[in-house]
Design a binder for this molecule. Structure first.
Ligand code: ZN
Length: 147
């Protein structure tokens, strides 16, 4: 399957049926991400256990690429510690932004995000959830309070 088919199929599937969509209760951390260029607005919730991502969910609204990227991310990052997440984020960033970057086979379905580089205006849509989760892990998020 070439990158374009993979891109179309995977993005459409995850946009139609977003995985891990919803909120996480305390003691989760929430961080908000906003991409004013497109209007994408996401909240990422993450449950950390000694720095390891135990659970992650998202909610919000945005274009198909922003929702699909967030959905795929939530499936890919569970069980990763901060360093492993940073390494994966760096790979995704390269795949999204470098036109001739090789797409590592280890990315699995995330390789579909490589299709986004054909549409430079949408790179920020695809990277929004990743940057937001990065902020949450770095402590730039806010604790979820139960009410
Ligand atoms: Zn967008």
């Amino acid at each position: 399957m070439d990158l374009k088919d993979l891109y179309r199929d995977v993005i459409l599937d995850h946009n139609k049926r977003p995985r891990n969509f919803g909120v996480l209760a305390a003691p989760a951390i929430a961080a908000q991400g906003h991409n004013p260029l497109c209007g994408d607005q996401l909240t990422i919730y993450v449950d950390l256990d000694h720095g390891t991502i135990k659970e992650v969910r998202f909610e919000g609204s945005g274009c198909a690429i922003s929702v699909a990227s967030a959905s795929m991310m939530t499936e890919a990052v569970k069980g990763l510690d901060a360093a492993a997440f940073a390494a994966l984020h760096a790979q995704i960033h390269a795949v999204l932004t470098q036109h001739d970057a090789e797409v590592p086979a280890t990315l699995g379905k995330l390789a579909a995000l490589g299709g986004v580089r054909e549409y430079p205006a949408r790179v920020k849509c695809a990277s929004l959830s990743w940057r937001t989760l990065e902020a949450a892990i770095a402590g730039a998020g806010t604790a979820v309070t139960t009410e």
